[in-house]
Design a binder for this molecule. Structure first.
Ligand code: G3P
Ligand code: CA
Length: 252
């Protein structure tokens, strides 16, 4: 197995819930807490610009309305993606993947890009996000890790940029999950934390893949996962877990 280039602790959507998710303010806050790797959700604007947003629609985390992927990048940049969280973040903008690459490369942080397509755009999103990531990280020592719940999106990413590492996201152990991950030449399985036990960890490690868990916000759960030997923990609690520690040690 190749050495794993990514740190154990990964900040979910930038800084979890302490700042508006998937914004540069969240990345800055996660970095201030010592995090050196971030997870984020990436989809396409109507004119094919990869940008950060979790939901298919705009209502929960912006002042916009409707399907995010039906607006152009110019329209999306006019939205407020911070006021929904708190007044301190009013006016925060939706970042493009290029904005986030600039932040990560400039601060020596690594990135896990979850390909989160607007329904119906799975292949197109996988292909364009992979092409854009390959271009943005062309000179980087460690490429971003591309993950998705959707095998078709990962397959399109693989066809576009086979050299970029891929991980299959799982919220359930559906029939054939490991075979699909192997066929996609994934380097990791990223599971809902409750799916990891000694058996699933052994299955994945024996297949030569790495084990990551999301979204781990409790100390006892983190400790159990570390005991199982997982390779990565995605957390909202950048204020609780000190990322420099190999143990699930809460900050004092
Ligand atoms: O990538 C792990 C995790 O972010 C997947 O779930 O819904 O938070 O995108 P979700
Ligand atoms: Ca995600």
């Amino acid at each position: 197995m190749k050495p794993w280039p990514y740190p154990l602790w990964i900040a979910h959507r930038g800084a979890g819930k302490l700042a508006p998710e998937n914004t540069l303010a969240a990345f800055r806050l996660g970095a201030q807490h010592g995090y050196r790797m971030f997870e984020c959700d990436v989809k396409l604007s109507a004119d094919d610009v990869p940008f950060l947003l979790h939901d298919p629609v705009l209502e929960r985390t912006t002042n916009g309305r409707g399907i995010a992927g039906s607006l152009s990048w110019q329209q999306l940049t006019a939205l407020d993606a911070g006021s929904w969280h708190s007044s301190a973040f009013a006016g925060e903008r939706l970042p493009s993947l290029a904005d986030v690459a600039r932040f990560c490369l400039g601060s020596e942080c690594l990135l896990n890009i979850e390909i989160k397509p607007t329904p119906g755009t799975e292949e197109r999103t996988g292909k364009i996000v992979a092409n854009e990531a390959a271009k943005l990280w062309a000179d980087a020592a460690t490429p971003p890790l591309l993950t998705s719940f959707i095998p078709q999106a990962l397959q399109a990413a693989r066809e576009a940029q086979a050299q970029l590492p891929r991980g299959l996201l799982l919220d359930a152990l559906w029939t054939g999950w490991l075979e699909v991950a192997q066929k996609l030449e994934c380097v990791a399985i990223v599971c809902d934390q409750i799916l990891w036990d000694a058996n699933t960890v052994a299955q994945v490690k024996n297949a030569g893949l790495h084990c990551l868990a999301y979204t781990v916000n409790e100390e006892t759960a983190a400790q159990a996962l570390l005991t199982l030997g997982v390779d990565g923990i995605i957390t909202d609690r950048v204020d609780l877990f000190a990322p420099s520690s190999a143990a699930a040690k809460p900050r004092m």
